[in-house]
Design a protein around this ligand. Structure first.
Ligand code: FAD
Ligand code: NAD
Length: 445
């Protein structure tokens, strides 16, 4: 570090894009600060992944009890207020845990809203100015709001996760992750759910035959899907909310969820004054995650990138910047295949080359029907499929699965894909038996 700067690296943001790299960088001896205007952990910890999966757990249990009827008896009812309280109890100490980890590593924690004032300077909440050799922008995203009359009558995902009572009739606009996951939860808790889709199908980035399985299942459970809905207005009458859609059609609900995507936090950051390039998808960076101002880098959801805007991507980028800043690499970032799951019930999980891409690339596939697997017969899984994609030398290139344990199955294949295992390497992997992983790996030939 040039002695004139307060820090070697100053991170703006308290999510995975910032803290995952800040910690090892400080441990390596560099002088590191992190400023956030929010709870440490950012979106994922406090109003994303960790919060959501806690609300989902009783749903997976309810589904398991449903599948095992005959062996066990009785319906399982979800106590929503208790589940929300449990979620809060589970996540409430996580920011403190992150704070302790960062402080122990030597990261200086600053509180407030940061704005760039120069290529090496940051102002915090209009009060104090700090300087750093390098600055990392990890400011994440926030919910997109529909630009229609009455748009402020709709709520966002954070408000859903804190609902004191589950409303009886819920409208969800959008057909992405949040729409499908929250429709699953609300329906399992007992709400009547209507999903307003922009086009004629949801979850565009997932394998559509599997999306159809999940959509059909939700539909059988009572979730209504309205395709090509063209939602154009919301209005309120006492405690009821009307959705205007299609050709002058209307429907009335108790609660509205706008799940039409997320937009990058690029405002009030000083980007324009410094001439840092960004667009509607986020901040533009080169293959070293460096903006057009060479001392300023960016990572995580705020980036304009083709990789999915997910926690594993943010963590990977943050760690890459740690390696770059500590001289462990000088090379461009090389992303691994990023795995993802939509936490419906059953889930859809995928990584690497998709079955659709496999067809166009002439790659070979192996298809597994999950209910044929003895291990999945234990809890009477009645639906689900997996498609494994291989190159000519039988290197695994991708996996897509729809099933109740899809995320665990797909996770176990990651080493084979990331490390390019050949047939012999695959046999060298000994798995705990019996387990989801062992049963998944028995199906690779
Ligand atoms: C409902 C929901 C569920 C999700 N579920 C999953 C999941 O299951 N799996 C998964 O992989 N991903 C999931 N995601 C996505 C995941 O949360 C994000 O990909 C991840 O949080 C990105 O991390 P980040 O550090 O880039 O941004 P964030 O976690 O958003 O952190 C950015 C932080 O920076 C702060 N900040 C912004 N501007 C400033 C400023 N100027 N000064 C100071 N601080 C600032 C923000 O307040 C925020 O705390 C989910 C997202 C949502 C909304
Ligand atoms: N399991 C997970 O990993 C997970 C879960 C939740 C959220 N996330 C992250 O958070 C992001 C945000 O989730 P999301 O579901 O809000 O976004 P999304 O990008 O997954 O889906 C947005 C949906 O809104 C629809 N839409 C856009 N404009 C619309 C309009 N005018 N009218 C109707 N529909 C419209 C799109 O067609 C799409 O179906 C995700 O992209 C993902 O990065 C991840």
């Amino acid at each position: 570090m040039t002695a004139n700067y307060d820090y070697d690296v100053l991170y703006i943001g308290g999510g995975h894009a910032a803290f995952d790299g800040a910690e090892p960088l400080a441990k390596s001896g560099q002088k590191v600060a992190l400023v956030t205007d929010d709870l440490l952990g950012g979106t994922c910890t406090n109003r994303g992944c960790n919060a959501k999966i806690t609300l989902d757990e009783p749903v997976t249990l309810q589904r398991q009890v449903e599948r095992m009827q005959g062996l066990v008896h009785g319906e399982l009812k979800i106590d929503w207020p208790a589940v929300v309280a449990h979620k809060q109890a589970v996540i409430k100490d996580l920011p403190q845990g992150t704070e302790n980890k960062l402080k122990n590593a030597g990261v200086e924690l600053l509180k407030g809203h940061a704005t760039l004032t120069g290529a090496h300077t940051v102002n915090i909440s209009g009060q104090i100015e700090y300087s750093a050799d390098k600055i990392v922008l990890g400011t994440g995203q926030r919910p997109h709001r529909l630009a229609i009359p009455g748009s402020d009558l709709a709520h966002d995902s954070s408000e859903f996760m804190n609902l004191a009572e589950m409303p009886q009739n819920i409208a969800i606009v959008g057909g992405g992750y949040i729409s499908y996951e929250f429709a699953t939860i609300a329906n399992a808790v007992g709400a009547n759910v209507t999903v307003f889709l922009h086009g004629d199908h949801g979850l565009r980035n997932f394998y559509q035959p599997f999306v159809k399985q999940v959509t059909t299942d939700l539909n059988k459970r009572g979730v209504k899907f309205i395709k090509n809905a063209n939602v154009n207005k919301f209005s309120q009458n006492n405690q009821k909310f009307t959705v205007y859609y299609g050709n002058n059609e209307t429907a009335e609900f108790d609660w509205l969820l706008d799940a039409t995507g997320r937009i990058p936090n690029v405002e009030n950051l000083g980007l324009d004054d410094l001439g840092i390039k960004y667009n509607e998808h986020g901040i533009e960076v080169n293959d070293h995650l460096q903006t057009n101002v060479s001392s300023i880098y960016a990572a995580g959801d705020v980036l304009d990138k083709s990789q999915p805007k997910l926690t594993p991507t943010a963590t990977y980028e943050s760690y890459y910047l740690y390696q770059l800043f500590s001289g462990k690499t000088t090379g461009a970032i090389k992303y691994p295949a990023i795995p993802t799951t939509v936490y419906t019930s059953p889930r859809i999980a995928q990584v690497g080359v998709s079955p659709t891409q496999a067809k166009s690339k002439g790659l070979s596939v192996i298809e597994n029907h999950i209910p044929d697997d003895w291990y999945r017969q234990i809890d009477q899984e009645t639906q689900g499929d997996r498609i494994l994609v291989f190159d000519q030398e039988h290197h695994l290139q991708g996996v897509t699965e729809v099933s109740d344990k899809a995320e665990d199955a797909v996770n176990t294949y990651l080493p084979a894909i990331v490390s390019g295992y050949d047939d012999n390497d695959m046999w060298q992997m000994a798995h705990i038996f019996p387990s989801v992983g062992a049963s998944a790996w028995h199906k690779i030939r």
